[in-house]
Design a protein around this ligand. Structure first.
Ligand code: DGL
Length: 279
């Protein structure tokens, strides 16, 4: 893997089909506040998870190419679906390091035998080869049940993570499962991390929720460990959306995610400078 340019002022590029990757960006800002981040939401093309692999790969390559050309020094694909469809090709085509995401099945099964694990992700993620090999490698003696969630990302994008429509959709999706039988739930889509508390409420406190954000963060930190930090926090939000209010909505969700992680509004106001760029 190519190394990150040392001490660079070039931003870290992060993208997703929309809002989901903001949960990853929030984790990164908490861990590494003094850096420059460029977040791209491919809102106009969302959702990714119900597209064909071929169509999605083509689109994701375009987005990655745009970001790399804009001068980022590291690319984080904050989307399990985009990673499934295109990470190998992106890595072949780009000289900067690329960090992808996958449903956190490995952390969910470590030290676990004979447990029931439910993996929630988009239809595309669950039907791709990448997930099949993950299952083969890590399932062990556990019972792994799959929960594709078509329609959920659309509701989160359209109505926002707090909307009551999200609760209704979740209830319908989870209805066929006996929550008492489930030990762990893997949130295999970054959008689902934005509604973590809703999953927990629905599944009950005995179900442990696991997502891929921590693993992604670890990988990014490992790649950046030798770098000095730029002095100020700078976050640029971009979207392919045609609606002018999208960026403001993204900023609102990001601030909420930061506050949830213990960052104060004062800190945000004093240290984080938001730039917005629309296509
Ligand atoms: N947030 C993306 C993921 O982690 C998927 C969203 C979509 O279907 O567009 O898989």
């Amino acid at each position: 893997m190519a190394g990150v340019t040392k001490g660079s002022e070039r931003p870290i590029g992060i993208f997703d089909s929309g809002l989901g990757g903001l949960s990853v960006l929030a984790d990164l800002i908490v861990e590494r506040p003094h850096d420059h981040y460029l977040y791209y939401a491919d809102t106009h093309y969302a959702p990714y998870g119900i597209k064909s692999r071929e169509d999605l790969e083509k689109r994701v390559l375009e987005v990655a190419d745009q970001l790399v050309t804009s001068g980022i020094r590291l690319l984080v694909i904050a989307c399990n679906t985009a990673t499934s469809a295109a990470v190998e090709t992106i890595r072949k085509k780009t000289a900067i390091p690329v960090v992808g995401m996958e449903p956190a099945l490995k952390p969910a099964v470590v030290g676990s035998a004979g447990n029931t694990i439910l993996v929630a992700a988009t239809p595309l993620t669950l039907r791709e080869k990448k997930f099949a090999s993950l299952m083969e490698q890590w399932r062990g003696s556990n019972r792994v049940l799959l929960l594709p969630c078509p329609g959920l990302v659309e509701i989160i994008e359209k109505e926002g993570p707090d909307a009551s429509e999200v609760d209704e959709k979740l209830k319908t999706l989870v209805a066929p499962y006996e929550c008492e039988e489930i030990h762990r739930l893997v949130l295999g889509c970054t959008h689902y991390v934005l509604i973590r508390h809703k999953w927990q409420q629905l599944m009950g406190d005995n179900v442990q929720l696991i997502d891929g954000n921590k693993g992604t963060l670890r990988q990014v930190m490992r790649l950046l460990q030798e770098e000095g930090n730029p002095a100020e926090t700078r976050v640029t939000l971009k979207s392919s959306s045609l609606k002018p209010e999208t960026i403001e909505h993204m900023q609102h969700i990001l601030v909420k995610q930061l506050i949830l992680r213990g960052i104060t509004e004062d800190f945000i106001q004093q240290h984080i400078t938001f730039f917005t760029e629309e296509e």
